[in-house]
Design a protein around this ligand. Structure first.
Ligand code: C5P
Length: 397
């Protein structure tokens, strides 16, 4: 709950601004007091009147409004809150924040504040993926600003891809996690999950079996302990948890890029079942049987080992956790893997079909650390995730 929390919401000028109206309602339902600031762009998308009605508050709009300055200066306005939420955060406002500009009320109070800031980006996919926006994102993250979303999906402009504003429930969950004050609050944890799909042609692919259930549960458990979680997921069977930043990918190389873009992080939990090989001669058009009985000759190339790269890389998180799904000699293989991959811990499990673990709701893992192997009882994947998240919280202190 957000009882007694004072949230200043800066509404940027984007089509997603309409979602901020619902966001204000949901935050207030949870007990928060919401003070809105509208940029001039936002007023093209939502009216000050509807924002005032939903927030039950005065709407702050203009830096040089003398009445407002007399009542409450912009510095006070920003400092009197427990959290500043910029939603939607447009490419423009992100750029101005990253550059330290103060050319309207919103950016002035963002520059003047000592309150935690969380942004909820929303913009066209090309604007989001543009190197300038990605550069600004890195700067903002480095400044300690929390980032919720964006997510993949259809856009108002007709395009599809990352850039869509996170759903209101996810933003509320991120705000809740921020205030929960858990042992991981203020920490950034990267989680990979799900399989990768390596195309053979536009309709076929090769993949590892993975439901994504354990990785999803781990991301949720880390969020519950207050971590800011970046969740890089391949095409999984289960939906990603709310309240984490989801980066959806298909292939191992896309996962590699997303993981590198998400660093730095305090910890990384690499639970994805990454395909070891991709089809080097994948076809751009659907392969056809030619009636001769000849099978296509696929050639394979090795995919990057994302875990090893993270473990050996210059941005290595303080704690790197890998996974090992084995069908025999689990502890021996996993112990060797820990050293080979350069990670700190390996969560090993026996995925032989008889165990029912693959795709099931339970897991029985052995945690391999520098101190040896620790066998955990058979637990639900949620409970396994909870224990692992607690171990990570201890490991980071
Ligand atoms: O080598 P193996 O696939 O068994 O290693 C499993 C661990 O390595 C998991 O943590 C998995 O997420 C990670 N991995 C990776 N990139 C790969 C292969 C595996 O990050 N290409």
């Amino acid at each position: 709950m957000l009882e007694g929390k004072k949230i200043l919401i800066v509404i940027g000028g984007g089509i997603a601004a309409f979602k901020s109206l619902d966001l204000i309602r949901r935050l207030r339902e949870r007990g928060a007091t919401v003070t809105p600031v509208l940029t001039s762009g936002a007023e093209h998308f939502v009216t000050p009147l509807s924002v005032a009605a939903l927030s039950a508050s005065k709407v702050y709009r203009d830096l040089f409004d003398l009445t407002d300055e007399a009542e409450m200066g912009h510095i006070e306005l920003s400092r009197a809150s427990d959290l500043i939420l910029v939603a939607p955060a447009t490419a423009n406002i992100m750029a101005r924040m990253a550059g330290g500009l103060a050319d309207d009320l919103a950016t002035t109070l963002l520059l003047a504040t000592d309150t935690p800031v969380m942004i909820v980006p929303a913009m066209n996919v090309r604007m989001w993926t543009h190197p300038a926006t990605q550069r600004n994102l890195t700067v903002l993250r480095g400044d300690g600003i929390g980032v919720v979303g964006p997510v993949d999906g259809a856009m108002a402009c007709g395009e599809f891809g990352p850039g869509r504003m996170a759903e209101v429930a996810d933003i509320v969950a991120a705000v809740d996690a921020h205030f929960s004050g858990g042992p991981l609050s203020g920490r950034h944890v990267l989680v990979t999950s799900g399989p990768t799909h390596e195309p053979i042609d536009p309709v076929r692919y090769i993949a590892n079996r993975s439901s994504g259930a354990q990785g999803t549960a781990i991301a949720g458990a880390l969020r519950d302990l207050g971590a800011r979680v970046t969740f890089v997921t391949g095409p999984a069977d289960v939906a990603p948890p709310p309240g984490v930043t989801v980066v959806a990918v298909q292939t191992a190389r896309q996962m590699q890029a997303a993981v590198q873009a998400a660093l730095p992080a305090d910890a990384a939990v690499m639970a994805a079942a990454v395909a070891d090989w991709r089809v080097e001669n994948a076809s751009d058009s659907k392969m056809k049987k030619d009636g001769s009985g000849a099978a296509p000759a696929l050639t394979f190339a090795e995919n990057p080992d994302i875990l090893r790269e993270v473990s050996d890389g210059p941005n290595r998180p303080g704690l790197v956790v890998g996974f090992a799904a084995e069908t025999d000699d689990v502890v021996a293989h996993a112990t060797a893997k820990r050293l080979r991959k350069g990670c700190d811990w390996i969560v090993a499990n026996d995925v032989s079909p008889a165990t029912g673990i693959m795709g099931g709701s339970e897991n029985a893992v052995t945690l391999i650390t520098a101190d040896g192997a620790e066998e955990w009882p058979r637990l639900t994947k949620q409970e396994t995730a909870r224990r692992l998240a607690e171990r990570i919280a201890k490991g980071l202190t």
